[in-house]
Design a protein around this ligand. Structure first.
Ligand SMILES: Nc1ncnc2c1ncn2[C@@H]1O[C@H](COP(=O)(O)OP(=O)(O)OP(=O)(O)O)[C@@H](O)[C@H]1O
Ligand code: SF4
Ligand SMILES: [Mg+2]
Length: 327
């Protein structure tokens, strides 16, 4: 046995891995440039490079790096927060759609009932009008009887108007459509109402988009929709405030939007959820029938459009009518 053999530490040395291999391992934890190497020692090795060598020698795991783990966790958390907020958005949209569905289902069934009642009442009311008219012709013009008959006729006429409103709401009236510009209908409707005393202290601001695309609508019916919305705005402002009327094309270009903003009382969410119901009114008896918006809803639905409401108590209201542009 040759005990004279000299000991050299080289025998215990493991050869240093090639530079590309070290770089490859460093890159796993994002250390590409020299300044990426933090040398914090959290992995148990004094430097990133030494840890990389240990990985190549099978003593450590490449991903075992605290700053890298923390960064990764943070990005996962960010991703989760984003996914969570997307989920919340979808839930809100879903709830809104569900509410709209319940609302339109409810209005559809109320509409069927209303249409039935209106049909049944239409003929007898017509009969009352004809026969009281005949009696009136025979009666002495100055007599008490003639006055009573005139009252009967006026009240019957009021009933006929309500019945007509119910038929309008329940989509029972025919559309006589033409290709028109909504700006024209808006201007003529506004000209009609702003002359009235109710509008004496109401400032009307018009922002009508030039070269608005045409729509295919029943002019008389859409005029009634606008009229009902404008009168509601005037009522909500108690005859004093600003009514802003705006027309524009939707971003996709397939709808025309007409909005009416008032500086009136505004509405609670409970009121908003009921405004399209026939006979829903918050106005005193004799002031409102509660048919204005129900009629407007029926008409707009029949034109494949929509009515949107944005309002808060004390903050005024914006009612937007959307109608498809003419093909
Ligand atoms: N611009 C508005 N601001 C505040 N509340 C409104 C507005 N428009 C509608 N409303 C509320 O909606 C209810 C229903 O309106 P709708 O036009 O259908 O009926 P009405 O105005 O009460 O009666 P009618 O139109 O038959 O005379 C109103 O009573 C009111 O409470
Ligand atoms: S924990 Fe990461 S950054 Fe710190 S020395 Fe180890 S490998 Fe380098
Ligand atoms: Mg009304």
């Amino acid at each position: 046995m040759d005990l004279g053999r000299a000991f050299t530490p080289e025998h215990l040395d493991t050869p240093t891995p090639p530079e590309e291999e070290i770089r490859r391992i460093l890159a796993v934890t994002g250390k590409v440039l020299l300044e990426d190497e933090l040398n914090c020692g959290a992995c148990g090795y004094p430097s990133c490079r030494e840890k990389a060598i240990a990985v190549l020698q099978g003593f450590a795991e490449a991903e075992m790096c605290l700053p890298y783990m923390v960064e990764k966790l943070e990005s996962v958390q960010e991703e989760l927060t984003r996914a969570n907020s997307e989920l919340k958005d979808s839930l809100t949209t879903l709830q809104k759609t569900q509410q709209q569905l319940v609302q339109s289902e409810k209005l559809a069934s109320v509409g069927q009932l209303a249409a039935g009642v209106a049909h049944e009442l239409n003929n007898p009311l017509g009969g009352i009008l004809i026969y009281s008219g005949l009696l009136l012709e025979q009666a002495d013009k100055e007599s008490r009887q003639a006055q009573d008959l005139q009252r009967i006729m006026a009240e019957t006429d009021r009933c006929r108007r309500i019945v007509r409103g119910l038929l309008d709401f329940s989509r029972q009236t025919r559309i006589d459509a033409a290709i028109v510009n909504l700006n024209k209908i808006l201007s003529s409707t506004l000209a009609l109402v702003t002359e009235q005393a109710l509008f004496l202290n109401i400032q009307v601001v018009q922002q009508l988009q030039e070269s608005l695309p045409n729509v295919f609508v029943d002019v008389g019916q859409i005029q009634q929709v606008f009229l009902n919305i404008i009168l509601n705005a005037a009522d909500a402002m108690n005859g004093r405030g600003t009514l802003s009327v705006r027309s524009e094309t939707s971003p996709e270009g397939d709808q025309v939007l007409v909005s009416f903003s008032d500086t009136g009382s505004g509405m609670t969410p409970e009121i908003i959820s009921r405004i399209f119901e026939p006979f829903f009114t918050t106005k005193p008896r004799g002031r409102g029938t509660g048919l204005g918006l129900a009629i407007a809803y029926g008409i707009v639905q029949r034109h494949h459009g929509d009515i949107l409401v944005a309002s808060q108590p004390g903050m005024g209201s914006t009612i937007t009518v959307t109608l498809p542009t003419a093909a």
